[in-house]
Ligand binder design. Sequence first.
Ligand code: FAD
Ligand code: DHB
Length: 392
Amino acid sequence: MTAGRTRIGIIGAGPAGLMLAHLLHQNGIESVVVEARSREYVENRIRAGILEYEVAELMRSTGLGARMDSVGSRHDGTNFLVNGQLHHIDFHELTGKHVMLYSQHEVVRDLIASLLEAGVEILFEATEVAVHDFATDKPYVTYVRGGAAGRLDCEIIAGCDGFHGTCRQSFPAGLIVEYDREYPFGWLGILAEAPPSKDELIYANHKNGFALLSMRSPTISRLYLQSAPDEPLENWPDDRIWEELAVRLAHDGFSLNTGKIFQKGVTAMRSYVAEPMQTGRLLLAGDAAHIVPPTGAKGLNSAIADVAIMARAIEAFCLRHDAEPLNHYTETCLRRIWQIERFSWWMTSMMHKFDNHGPFDARMQTAELDYILNSSAGQVTLAENYVGLPLH
Ligand code: FAD
Ligand code: DHB
């Protein structure tokens, strides 16, 4: 048995767990991260792409801005394509802010490099991870690594282990109330060796279904098509994907750049919140506690927002013996989380084709888009939420 001790035991090396370890380290609070997968796996997991304004600022102010500012790109606005008409939303003019296009796996790589350089331990490839005694002030984590059992004693456990992790499932039976919505569609996403066909994103509402044009670099496009939630990939040979993207994204003066597709996958769409986010000395953050549909790019950002709040609460507790912010962690997070849930649900409802919608619902969707895109108040609402609410 390998035995270790630290102040904060963090389960999961996704954006939430790694950023928490980073923020704690900045304040001299020791932590250890316990992760089920290998370093290579987590560093190459392709997911989100957009960082809110304050999340990017947090990266910069904590020494992680250099690669983001050289490899990533600043987006001062975005586009909505409705009925073949392109509407530009100018974030900068409407809010004074922008977003950064920088891949989640690059954020993860930056965090891992910085943590390892600082001497923060990340226990990759730990299996059978379990959390214990969090109703007391002496919680601990057990795991198996390289065939040997390990135990990590700590003061607080941060459950950053994603939607399918073990921490939320370890809450006492009956404590958590779940709020859940599944959508009747998913996103078929591709990465392709094709220069982006537009300098900023295009969110398209089309009678065939939603499409999104995004990018990862000057040579790589990231594109999505609304599909069935369990759409078999065999239904979508590359030619059909390009044809359908060209139809859904078509507008005056636009031509779609195509290229070799090197990644293809389907993501189901769901809204989910677990309340409360803490029990005793076990606190949840990110996807472990809540999920949003991807429309509006909030998943990664809300995971970072949780741990910014958690890090401040842990600092008050560990450095100033003030348990108040920790005791109020759930309610502080939930206020912001429900705003994010509302925005992601609203964007999803406004932009997708709902097969169960009658003619009245369809007209309501059109009227809503007409208002949001053509009223300055509507545009500010959209822009303010997209660039991100304050991180507190
Ligand atoms: P995760 O990133 O899920 O990290 C959790 C970590 O815990 C993982 O490394 C996992 O291996 C580890 N873990 C799990 N169980 C255990 C265990 N028992 N013990 C130890 N470690 C464990 N969001 C967007 O905004 N835009 C997008 O385009 C987008 N695309 C997505 C595509 C996919 C396929 C998925 C799944 C999500 C996508 N998201 C997107 C959501 C976004 O990526 C997540 O919200 C974000 O990763 C949440 O970060 P997290 O750290 O909370 O969780
Ligand atoms: C991306 C994903 C999103 O869900 C979104 O709203 C914007 C961009 C992306 O993967 O680039």
